[in-house]
Design a protein around this ligand. Structure first.
Ligand SMILES: [Zn+2]
Length: 317
């Protein structure tokens, strides 16, 4: 059994500040934890929740019943809402009220909402009513990596806490088995680190580099069998797009020279340098990749979006 706050990597100033607010009983009732995915926002929210429910101290002791139940996510004082199929339904939000009306058994009650941007309008309205006058000792922690999508009416009732990416040393401490090149590509995000590692194991990065090279050798006008076979499912297509974006970005960084920016794929650096690429061609390809990324997010048929990209890229030179 443990004190959750002790396991947090990075964010020490943020955590210290929030702990100070708990000690002085001035923690705002509604906080938005905003920042990149995979940096530990939810872990901080849970650590704060443990502080708030502890039966023994102002901050979590880690060993009382309340602390232990919270660590196991079995606390009667904690309610967690997360989206299903990218949406938090009103039925889910409606469960908050009865939860808050339960006879208080612990010191505080906490509602954690993951991705509050996925609340539909009805659900958001239901939540707003609760946020307007939260009962005593009730806290809402909203966790978002797309805070610009959170409804302004919710934002206006909350205080936003900004999280940044993890330092490489913190990421390495969390995932000690990570290869060093992965650290560069992970950009301080645990989810990215795990993705990149998996894409490497599946061979997607190598294949994406093959596509990348073909783009500049003008061979891509009709993608060959290797490309079709490698990238036939959703996970592979997403991996291809992400890998192409990071390789193109690296090629731009290397072209600019003398830049303080590091490449995301240091293991491909020498091979990228060998390519004869015009900066103007690279810029167009980068823009087209960003457009393709937008199509992917809009659930456009991915194979079609990639074909469209290949054609645009072929004629860009
Ligand atoms: Zn405790």
């Amino acid at each position: 059994m443990a004190i959750l706050a002790h396991a947090i990597k990075g964010h020490s100033q943020t955590l210290e500040k929030l702990e100070g607010l708990i000690k002085s009983s001035t923690l705002p009732k509604c906080l938005i934890f905003s920042g990149p995915s995979g940096v530990g926002k939810k872990q901080v929210a849970l650590a704060l929740s443990q502080h708030l429910v502890c039966e023994k101290g102002v901050l979590a002791c880690g060993s009382c019943g309340a602390c232990q139940r919270l660590e196991l996510l079995k606390s009667e004082s904690l309610m967690m809402l997360s989206p299903e199929n990218d949406m938090i339904r009103i039925d889910e939000v409606k469960k908050i009220l009865p939860f808050l009306e339960l006879k208080q058994s612990g010191r505080s009650r906490i509602v954690i909402i993951e991705n509050p941007e996925s609340l539909n309008l009805f659900a958001a309205n239901a939540l707003l009513k609760t946020l307007e006058e939260p009962p005593d000792q009730t806290y809402f922690f909203l966790i978002s990596s797309s805070p610009w999508k959170v409804l302004p009416t919710i934002k206006s009732r909350s205080i936003t806490i900004q999280f940044s990416s993890l330092a490489d040393s913190d990421l390495k401490a969390l995932l000690p088995e990570l290869a060093d090149w992965t650290l560069a590509a992970a950009q301080g995000q645990v989810d990215k680190a795990l993705n990149v590692q998996q894409w490497d194991q599946e061979g997607y990065r190598q294949d994406a580099f093959y596509v990348f090279r073909s783009l500049f050798e003008n061979k891509i006008r009709s993608p060959d069998d290797r490309i079709h076979q490698s990238f036939h499912n959703k996970a592979a297509q997403v991996a291809l797009l992400e890998c192409l974006l990071s390789l193109t970005r690296d090629a731009l960084v290397l072209k600019l020279g003398h830049t303080p920016l590091k490449t995301f794929n240091p293991d491909f650096e020498e091979q990228i340098k060998k390519q004869e690429i015009k900066t103007s061609h690279l810029s167009i390809i980068f823009q087209e990749l960003l457009i393709t990324e937008k199509y992917f997010k809009q659930n456009v048929d991915r194979a079609l979006a990639l074909e469209h990209f290949y054609i645009k890229a072929a004629y860009a030179n």
